[in-house]
Design a protein around this ligand. Structure first.
Ligand code: GRF
Length: 201
């Protein structure tokens, strides 16, 4: 819950570079998002998102997935949900987190877990959505922030941004332009969700 400053608390889960986490942090520092990232968690001990968190003095921990390569076991999810609760987290942001979140976390944070995906969902769910778009000859792509449900990239859409696919785009060049939009979109979507939650609390 927010403290006296009115700031609400975010927990971020990521498996990679963490550029979206950085964009959220930047929005907070610029004063356009009245929140605080209180905990960063990664299933990948080598993920740069952990470095970024450390550099910014944010507690960062590794998620123990009990040796599973892609699964996020139920009891690990339970532990993580408890940890996020213990830190007073209001909204959980998945930012490049490569495992599916299921009921043990969804039950603890109903309508409070968000994900960012690099396509205009429902188009191109799943991995490497930008590459799927280029290979498919799509003329338009983009990014989506959505509520997380138990499916893969299936929850209700919160906000989307469109990105044209240019004639000479490669998967990488398209992904880079989508990421620029992601970095604007995620803080805006978080703001919107918090506004809705504040009205219903
Ligand atoms: C982003 O493209 C996001 O849409 C996808 O994974 C990527 C994460 O990038 N889910 P980063 O770790 O935030 O830089």
């Amino acid at each position: 819950m927010p403290d006296g400053s009115g700031k609400f608390k975010l927990g971020v889960l990521g498996s990679g570079s963490g550029s979206n986490m950085q964009a959220i942090l930047d929005a907070i520092e610029e004063g356009s998002l009245n929140a605080e990232i209180v905990l960063v968690l990664s299933d990948n001990p080598d993920a740069y998102i952990l470095e970024r968190a450390k550099k910014s003095g944010i507690p960062a921990e590794i998620i123990d997935c009990q040796g599973y390569k892609t699964r996020f076991p139920d009891d690990s999810q339970k532990l993580i949900a408890e940890k996020l609760k213990d830190h007073g987290v209001d909204i959980v942001c998945l930012a490049g987190f490569m495992r599916l979140v299921k009921q043990p976390m969804l039950d603890v944070f109903p309508d409070r877990i968000l994900n960012i995906h690099p396509s205009l969902l429902p188009a191109y769910p799943g991995l490497m959505a930008w590459q799927q778009a280029v290979e498919d000859g799509a003329q338009e792509s983009g990014c989506t922030v959505h509520y997380v449900d138990a499916g893969m990239d299936t929850g209700p859409v919160i906000l989307q941004a469109r990105v044209p696919v240019l004639p000479h785009d490669t998967a990488d060049s398209l992904h880079a332009r989508i990421q620029e939009q992601e970095h604007q979109l995620y803080p805006e979507a978080i703001k919107l969700v918090w506004k809705k939650l504040s009205h219903t609390q």
